[in-house]
Design a protein. Structure first.
Length: 114
């Protein structure tokens, strides 16, 4: 989701994968039957009676809202970090709340030191 997209950008990613999020935005139930050609909502199938279940215009609008709101939230996070563009994220913008994760990733620890 957008916070994860920001983390990836801050750690140096040039792009982020949105496949699962996009699929869920258009109505995927996460049934994991894509390979069977029996998708109950009509996304991952070629069967006409199942494909007819997908309201394409409505799904497209939901995907549009998801992508736009994701970018807007990422822009808010960028401004909160003092950046005027999404490409300004850097590792110093991140903190980890678990000591083990901070040590493993090299990201600053944001918790209470004991």
């Amino acid at each position: 989701m957008p916070a994860d997209f920001v983390k990836a950008l801050a750690l140096g990613a040039d792009v982020v994968a949105v496949a699962n999020s996009a699929m869920q935005a258009i109505g995927c139930l996460g049934m994991r039957a894509c390979h069977t050609n029996n998708c109950p909502v009509g996304i991952a199938t070629q069967r006409p009676h199942l494909r007819a279940r997908l309201p394409v215009a409505e799904a497209a609008e939901r995907l549009n809202r998801f992508l736009r709101s994701s970018v807007e939230l990422m822009q808010v996070m960028a401004r909160a970090c003092g950046h005027d563009h999404l490409n300004g994220f850097e590792p110093d913008d991140l903190v980890a709340w678990k000591r083990e994760l901070a040590d493993l990733s090299g990201v600053s620890y944001g918790g209470v030191s004991v």
